[in-house]
Write a protein that binds this ligand. Structure first.
Ligand SMILES: C[S@@+](CC[C@H](N)C(=O)[O-])C[C@H]1O[C@@H](n2cnc3c(N)ncnc32)[C@H](O)[C@@H]1O
Length: 156
């Protein structure tokens, strides 16, 4: 991931791009370092995508989200998704992945994912399976659900 950042996240005339090499469990470091590039007087989009499952304790994960969101001004957005425990096969697959010595990934329930948005204004359709979040109109109806839930919310 960092190798890609070094190669691709380079500034252009259109705007400044930067990346921070930090542990998500240190949100104050992330906010401090991001503040060297971002203007926290203006709305910011915070995207936590497929990463909170690496924080084993759900309360700690929620606390991290809260600390990051607290640093943002009104009008900012949180975009968040993570994989869910909504399929027995997927639960088994992630168990195998974790048993293989990778950084552990904890599947959450859709209700636990929804808690990350506490205190924020969820945009329609709320927290859903990602494939069902504003899907393109399809002749064959709604796309199949995926075992990954998320949403988008605005900070008032
Ligand atoms: C499933 S990938 C998701 C990557 C990307 N956000 C996406 O949506 O494609 C999870 C990423 O989180 C990183 N990661 C895991 N634990 C982390 C931590 N404590 N702090 C920062 N990054 C972490 C992993 O190295 C990996 O790159």
């Amino acid at each position: 991931m960092l190798a890609h950042a070094r190669a691709l996240l380079t500034s252009t005339q259109e705007g400044v791009t930067n990346y921070v090499d930090a542990d998500l469990r240190e949100p104050s470091t992330i906010v401090r370092e991001a503040g060297k590039t971002l203007d926290f007087e203006k709305p910011v989009a915070l995207m936590l995508m497929g990463i909170l499952g690496h924080i084993e304790d759900h309360d700690e994960a929620r606390s991290i989200v809260r600390q990051l969101v607290d640093a943002l001004p009104s009008g900012s957005y949180l975009v968040q998704y993570d994989s869910t425990d909504t399929s027995e096969e997927y639960v088994r697959a992630i168990q195998q992945y974790n048993d293989g010595g990778s950084i552990p990934y904890i599947l959450r329930s859709p209700e636990q994912i929804a808690r990350y948005f506490d205190g924020l204004e969820l945009l329609e359709p709320g927290v859903t399976s990602c494939s069902r979040w504003r899907p393109d109109a399809e002749a064959l109806g709604l796309p199949a659900e995926v075992h990954q839930y998320g949403g988008v919310a605005r900070k008032a």
